[in-house]
Design a protein around this ligand. Sequence first.
Ligand code: C5P
Length: 234
Amino acid sequence: MSALTDCPILTIDGPSGSGKGTISRAVSLKVGWHLLDSGALYRLVALAGARAGLPADDPSAHAQLAAAMDVRFGADAAGNERVLLDGEDVGREIRSETAGQGASRVAAWPEVRAALLKRQRAFARPPGLVADGRDMGTVVFPEALLKIFLTASAEERALRRHKQLKDKGSDVSLAGLSREIAERDLRDETRQVAPLKAAPDACVIDSTGIGVGAVVQRVLELGVTRRLWTRERI
Ligand code: C5P
């Protein structure tokens, strides 16, 4: 259990395109735990800020918005993800690489990170939480029972994101996307507060050349060894 939350937590951190979202969703569905997609919160802050016409260089105005914005996560009847901002489904809009860049800019501000901390911790509810992000194991849930740091080669991460965006109907160039991802990762790794890095006690999984199913299985096995769930569950 985490002393912070009184609820078992699995954190999955890593750079863009490492497959955190896909793996976190699959594991949470398999074991019936709740899911926190913390990147979506940063994407929503950037979107809500742009919609409200906030100056792009005003951290405290964005932090106020981060604390107050009306956000709900869910799924439609077909199981597709829904992210509601002020009641409007913005699930598609926040997934673009432009939205990712906006998120990475607001995520570098300590005020915004502090404003989202409580919101993120509130996702921890029984029977357990799978938390996906950049600082889940280092800052938000330091007492998580199992911490994964998921990586893959830069080429493979760009290819995965490219396929993901194309499947969603976005026509982006692979070269441009690779540049944007490299820029975003550099900003995430070098910011002053909660930079992207593996927690000292994280299990590092390099998923280069490994399929989703095998990575999910590896995480599920690690969960058994840490007694997060029993072998019969997986
Ligand atoms: O994971 P995703 O690509 O949706 O995250 C978008 C951006 O949000 C990241 O590039 C990062 O700057 C920021 N982020 C963060 N901390 C998290 C999750 C996301 O700084 N826990």
